[in-house]
Design a binder for this molecule. Structure first.
Ligand code: NDP
Length: 436
């Protein structure tokens, strides 16, 4: 048995059965949500007009998506053009965390040049088409179709990286073997489970790191375009810009560019350091992020509301408060771990590292998640109180962060033992101060 890649002995998500259930349930949910907000039919109030006929029977058979040359051409052009740009656009070279063989992978950080390239293309297309932007209109009218294509693409990508994870490396790793470094959680030997969780930790195609690229480029930037497509469509239909729709575009656009431009922060996140790249991340990054995070904008494009300056101000205040907590707490932890804040109270662990328990990190164990939750709430508030459907994102994100917090707690308890228990006594709240 390899010492570099120990067998996974603990299943998450209730093992292969759970992995299979999520593989069916989440894509179905993504399609369902998109079908519930369309120009010709949308959910009102407490789902009083919900209709299975409208939602499922309006879908084409699977074969018409599998063999739809037009949709596949557009999506693969999007994905592979961004991949090509990622490789050729200039950027800074940074190294990730140390891997189990003692090596550190290089990453090209070029979020600025990538964002600039996208803005230039959009501006040029706006000029060339006199503001018509047929590509945005295409996105708007084919939203569910494209959502289904990204699900199929995620299946294919997860399968490709799973198969590639068995191919020995051409150059030996730092331990002197030709093994790829596998994710500690994705090497159970069960095909379905490992395919879902992700077997290889950092699958790469030449210089392209497939996991980092998928996390920050095709999904996040498509989310931005889907939001823009709603704004564009609404403007064409009503001849004016609706404040709530503009606001959601600005708030989410700010968050997207913040993520893309500060990509170095992602290098120390659990997704990059610990999780393998399988169907869970591929589907999350390529389908769930763009096609369900844009639903507030989508809803406002079919059921517009005018918020007025006061409500807009309130929504912006919730977003800014959330962003301040999220950004300053993440920055504080990152600076502390780089040794830049030695005066702050902390717990020395047996592993040699320290657990910060001062300032933001004395308020709750994951105060950064609390900030992120406030941000997600502000986006939902842009839609007013028309239907709980537009609050889907807040509920989904709460569940995601709760699950992440319990996973992280398990990891830290095992890793830091008594020091973690001491930390839990000093900082009892997990996410929301005085509540949880
Ligand atoms: P954290 O940034 O909270 O990182 C957790 C890790 O930090 C732990 O595993 C441990 O790592 C270390 N750590 C924990 N407590 C301390 C402490 N007190 N002092 C020093 N180190 C500590 O979690 P994530 O990586 O999950 O999230 C990062 C950000 O990304 C969050 O703001 C989150 O909200 C956001 N996020 C956003 C998502 C989205 O879809 N928008 C999805 C997921 C996350 P170690 O073992 O190295 O010590």
């Amino acid at each position: 048995m390899s010492t570099l890649n120990p067998r996974t002995t603990h299943y998450e998500f209730s093992g292969p059965i759970g992995a299979l259930a999520i593989t069916v349930f989440l894509p179905a949910l993504a399609i369902l949500l998109n079908q519930m907000i369309r120009p010709d039919y949308y959910i009102k109030g407490l789902f009083s007009n919900f209709s299975w006929i409208e939602v499922w029977n309006r879908l084409d058979p699977l074969s018409s998506y599998l063999f739809n040359g037009e949709l596949w051409t557009y999506y693969t052009t999007w994905y592979f053009s961004l991949a090509l740009l990622d490789v050729i656009l200039p950027g800074t070279k940074l190294y990730g965390v140390e891997l189990r063989d003692g090596s550190k992978l290089p990453y090209k950080i070029n979020g600025i040049s990538m964002s600039a390239a996208l803005c230039l293309v959009l501006a040029a297309r706006y000029q060339l088409t006199n503001g018509e932007m047929p590509e945005l209109e295409y996105l708007y009218t084919h939203q569910t179709d494209l959502c289904i294509i990204t699900i199929l693409f995620s299946f294919a990508l997860a399968t490709a990286v799973y198969i590639a994870s068995f191919i020995p490396l051409v150059k030996p790793n730092k331990s002197g073997t030709n093994e790829r470094i596998l994710a500690l959680g994705g090497n159970s030997g069960n095909i379905i489970y490992d395919w879902f969780i992700g077997r290889e930790l950092n699958p790469r195609l030449g210089p392209l790191d497939i996991k980092l690229f998928s996390e920050l480029r095709p999904g996040m930037l498509l989310w931005l375009l889907l939001n823009l497509s709603c704004l564009h469509h609404s403007y064409k239909e009503h001849g004016k810009i609706i404040d709530s729709l503009l606001l959601i575009n600005v708030l989410q656009g700010f968050y997207i560019f913040d993520g893309v431009l500060n990509e170095e922060g992602v290098l120390t996140m659990m997704d990059i350091t610990t999780d393998g790249f399988g169907f869970m991340l591929a589907f999350g990054d390529l389908c769930l992020v763009p096609f369900t995070y844009c639903l507030q904008a989508r809803y406002l494009s079919v059921s517009p509301i005018v918020l007025g300056p006061l409500n807009c101000g309130l929504v912006v205040s919730v977003m800014l408060l959330g962003y301040w907590i999220f950004h300053s707490s993440n920055k504080q932890k990152s600076e502390f771990r780089q040794g830049n804040l030695p005066h702050m109270k902390s717990i020395q662990t047996e592993r040699g590292t320290k657990l910060l328990c001062d300032s933001w990190w004395a308020v709750s164990q994951h105060i950064n998640y609390f900030g992120d939750l406030l941000i997600s709430l502000s986006w939902c508030l842009c839609t007013g109180f028309q239907t709980p459907l537009t609050y889907y994102y807040f509920f989904y994100f709460t569940a995601l962060l709760l699950h992440r917090q319990t996973r992280d707690e398990d990891k830290c308890r095992k890793k830091y033992g008594k020091s973690w228990e001491e930390y839990e006594k000093k900082v009892p709240y997990k996410i929301i101060p005085y509540v949880y």
